[in-house]
Write a protein that binds this ligand. Sequence first.
Ligand code: GDP
Length: 434
Amino acid sequence: KPVIAIVGRPNVGKSTIFNRIVGERVSIVEDVAGVTRDRIYSSAEWLTHDFNIIDTGGIQLGDEPFLEEIRQQAEVAMDEADVIIFMTNGREGVTMEDEQVAKILYKTKKPVVLAVNKVDNPDMRDLIWDFYSLGFGDPYPISGSHGLGLGDLLDECAKNFPEQDDTDYDDSVIKFSLIGRPNVGKSSLVNAILGDQRVIVSDVAGTTRDAIDSPYEYNGQEYVIIDTAGMRKKGKVYETTEKYSVLRAMRAIERSDVVLVVLNGEEGIQEQDKKIAGYAHEAGKAIIIVMNKWDAVVKDEKTMNKKIEEIREQFVYLDYAPIVFTSAKTGKRVHDVLPVINRVHDNHTMRVQSSILNEVIMDAIARNPAPTDKGRRLRIYYGTQVAIQPPTFVVFVNDVELMHFTYERFLENRIRDTFDFEGTPIRIITRARD
Ligand code: GDP
């Protein structure tokens, strides 16, 4: 999907516009404890256009001086986006800060669309003429508070979307990414995996994607490591800005089939680890937990089990994810990673037979009767798998209100006991049958 980033000095109304464009998007997955959505990155639709949008103003860098902060936000936009919306405030005219932003944006080869916000009614259109001086062509008048002009602005953005998404890989290719806090060893692990002599690094000449991703082959299976470039990228904004590393992780997650959540064995599990893993879970990806730097841990025979216990406690919702202990430094267990990726990918794409599924459901009801509410009992008629990646089941019932979260969880566990869904979230959707 193409990406739009909104850039501009503070208080021009970036987040208002962002929220207008994104609208109220309700996640179909119930909120996982501890996972709060950062409203700086979202998918969005406008008429026939389907894209992702970033509010760089939401990437706060702490007490940076204005120029440094805006420079870093613009850097993110220039790196991540296909089209940049440069936002200004019509009521204040062109300010010196706008000119500073413009100067930074002159360096990008990406298309920049100039938006003049707070043009709340047609009488105010004359406010836009000044903005030609910024050198980005026609200014687009918009009003965040009234929701005006957004259609024209987004049409102009869409004209500049890349012809074709160059990141489409064949369905048979397993796409995976390594996500985690800075310095947990993601790029070292990538190097260790790619350095394995049995891996054949493919040569995808003439495309830009090999600069971003690393395609290769192992035992006849093709893989792509998503966003290798991003993992290797070092620098202030990448290393120290939590929101930015979360944003990068979210983008990598979106393009992946399998996500490796990399943790640093030397350190305890941190909030940010959980947040990043939470996104992968919410996105419905196959997930593997990789406990890296295991070489650096002083161990006795109990250490590994204790660590597993800690992981299970901290990542309650990831109880399905296998855990691999690796050392990118010594190479130990790095060769385990690919077979586990194959396994969870198989499970993530598994389709189960309806007849067996329904036996499982009926057996579950027999063991643990469905809940009642005000004298009415939940009746489950039948279930069917409607999707893979992640495996998604629709269960038809008499009244969706009667299906409780705990019962859904119970059904999920019964399904997991029967089929091997290790490494993949599964979704259950309840529908009323009339
Ligand atoms: P990234 O930011 O997650 O990509 O982390 P890097 O791959 O850049 O690694 C950060 C630091 O940890 C580097 O100094 C690595 O040499 C070191 N490192 C990475 N993996 C391991 C490991 O398995 N064991 C040890 N002891 N150090 C590691």
